[in-house]
Design a protein around this ligand. Structure first.
Ligand SMILES: CC(C)(COP(=O)(O)OP(=O)(O)OC[C@H]1O[C@@H](n2cnc3c(N)ncnc32)[C@H](O)[C@@H]1OP(=O)(O)O)[C@@H](O)C(=O)NCCC(=O)NCCS
Length: 176
């Protein structure tokens, strides 16, 4: 997985010594409450280490699941992902090759424009390398995440049940 940088941020592979941060992040209901059909908080450091191993296992020239840190101090602030999007069971309308972008920040790092800045860097990178479109899905009540999509210039395509076995607002970004 490559490292991607922006003005204030650095996206790098997750490391085992990030486990305490990841557990702190994903044990918070306010961070996971909008994720998937049955959101669950993380409860053990072992779970965090297992999750880090899965994140690091992404082996692709464009996709990734990155730890997001500040560029100068290397302080962990969250997670940024670009990967194939899970299609709902029995769904036939979804394109099998569609990929999604997603963001999960520690509440201490909300309100600084970090999610938008990091996602913009990853979107620019992916679209410039020939990815035909990038999707984002957000729970209907997740207005903060929908605002990120809008700041990124993503187009709102309406509500759909095509992904993650649940109802989501769907956003799309195409190459310029
Ligand atoms: C979704 C989530 C990442 C949004 O975080 P966020 O901090 O609101 O989003 P951004 O990083 O784009 O920051 C925008 C905010 O920073 C402010 N900001 C401050 N300095 C800024 C700067 N230099 N540049 C841009 N925005 C700045 C903006 O005004 C905006 O604040 P506002 O919403 O009060 O108007 C965050 O709520 C989160 O992690 N939620 C839990 C996980 C989750 O639900 N993920 C999405 C699943 S679909």
């Amino acid at each position: 997985m490559r490292t991607i940088t922006s003005d204030r941020l650095r996206l790098r592979p997750w490391r085992d010594d990030d486990a305490d941060f990841l557990l702190d992040l994903e044990s918070r209901w306010e961070v996971v409450r909008f994720l998937g059909a049955r959101p669950t908080t993380m409860s053990t450091r072992a779970d965090a280490l297992a999750s880090i191993a899965r994140r690091r296992a992404v082996d692709h020239p464009i996709h990734g699941i990155w730890a997001m840190t500040t560029a100068t101090e290397g302080r962990l602030v969250g997670n940024l992902l670009l990967k194939p999007i899970p299609v709902s069971a029995g769904e036939t309308r979804a394109e099998p090759d569609d990929i999604e972008i997603g963001w999960h920040l520690h509440p201490d790092a909300w309100g600084h424009g970090y999610a938008t800045e990091a996602a913009r860097a990853v979107l620019d990178d992916a679209l410039s390398r020939g990815v035909p479109r990038v999707l984002a899905v957000t729970a209907p009540g997740n207005h903060a995440s929908q605002a990120v999509c809008r700041r990124l210039g993503m187009t709102h395509l309406g509500r759909t049940t095509r992904y993650y076995d649940t109802s989501n607002e769907l956003f799309e970004k195409l190459p310029r």
